[in-house]
Write a protein that binds this ligand. Structure first.
Ligand SMILES: Nc1ncnc2c1ncn2[C@@H]1O[C@H](COP(=O)(O)OP(=O)(O)OP(=O)(O)O)[C@@H](O)[C@H]1O
Length: 225
C-alpha cells in the first residue's frame, strides 16, 4: 500500500500537519509505526484507513479494520454475548454456542475464549477484557488491519496470545502502533516506520532494525520496561 505526496490539514488549522508524506507499506506482513507522543501516529493511521480527507494518492483501496484503544462495554454483558455481537454482525449468526465458535475463530482464540465463555465482562481483568475484544475483532477478515497500541496494559502472556492470532492470518497487512520494543522483537519478518518531524524519518526491516536500536534518539520512542 502506498501513500504518495499526501497532505493533511486539521479542521481549522492554517497549515498542513502532514505535507507531501510518502509511505510504502509492505502488504501481507506486520508493520510497525513508532514515534513520540504527538508525532502524528494516530493521524497517519486514520489517513491510511481513509478516515481523513487528504490530497495526494493512496493506493490500492483495501478493506480495513481499525482496532483502537479499548472499546466501552456494558459490565453485565458476558463473553459469549460479546462474541455474538462481533461475530454475529460479521457472519450473520444471531446466537452463538461454543460449538459454533470452532468453525468461526482460529485455534488460539478458541483456546482463550473457551474457559471464560460464560463469564460476565465485569468479572474479567482489564487485560482479559481488552484481549476478548481484540481477538474477536481479529476474526473479522479485512485486508488492512490497524492496531493502535494493542499491547498497552496487557501482560506479556496475553500479548503472546494476541500475536499468535495475528500470525494465524498472515495474508493480511498489519500496521501496529507501539511504544514497546518487545512487540517488534516478537516477529520474524516486519518493517518499522519511524514517524518524526511529520515525515517517515527512517524505516528498517528485521535485518537492519537491531543496529538502529542502539541510537539514543531512536530509543526515546520506546518506554523503558
Ligand atoms: N483535531 C485536531 N486539531 C488540531 N490538532 C490536532 C487535532 N487532533 C490532534 N492534533 C494534534 O496533532 C498531533 C498528532 O496527534 P496524534 O494523536 O496523531 O499523535 P500520536 O503520535 O498518535 O500521539 P500519542 O503517541 O500520544 O498517541 C498532536 O500534536 C495533536 O495535538
Amino acid at each position: 500500500m502506498q501513500l504518495k505526496s499526501v497532505s493533511y490539514t486539521f479542521p481549522r488549522a492554517k497549515t498542513p500537519f502532514f505535507e507531501n508524506l510518502n509511505l510504502d507499506l509492505p502488504e501481507h506482513q506486520v508493520n510497525f509505526l513508532i514515534g513520540q507522543n504527538g508525532a502524528g501516529k494516530t493521524t497517519l493511521a486514520d489517513i491510511l484507513l481513509g478516515l481523513r480527507p487528504v490530497t495526494g494518492e493512496i493506493t490500492p483501496k483495501l478493506s480495513t479494520l481499525y482496532l483502537n484503544q479499548k472499546l466501552p462495554m456494558l459490565p453485565a454483558i458476558r463473553v459469549c454475548d460479546v462474541a455474538a455481537l462481533v461475530l454475529g454482525v460479521a457472519t450473520g449468526h444471531v446466537k452463538l454456542s461454543l460449538n459454533d465458535l470452532e468453525d468461526l475463530v482460529d485455534a488460539p482464540t478458541l483456546t482463550f475464549l473457551t474457559p471464560i465463555w460464560e463469564k460476565h465482562y465485569s468479572d474479567l481483568s482489564g487485560g482479559q477484557q481488552k484481549l476478548v475484544q481484540l481477538l474477536l475483532f481479529l476474526q473479522v477478515d479485512r485486508d488492512l488491519v490497524v492496531l493502535d497500541e494493542p499491547t498497552a496494559f496487557i501482560d506479556r502472556q496475553h500479548v503472546a496470545t494476541l500475536f499468535k492470532v495475528i500470525k494465524a492470518h498472515p495474508q493480511r497487512t498489519y500496521l501496529m502502533i507501539t511504544h514497546d520494543v518487545r512487540d517488534i522483537e516478537a516477529f520474524e519478518q516486519y518493517r518499522v516506520f519511524w514517524l518524526a518531524d511529520r515525515q517517515i524519518k527512517q524505516s528498517w526491516d528485521q535485518t537492519t532494525f537491531a543496529d538502529a536500536a542502539n541510537e539514543a534518539e531512536f530509543l526515546q520512542n520506546f518506554q523503558t520496561v
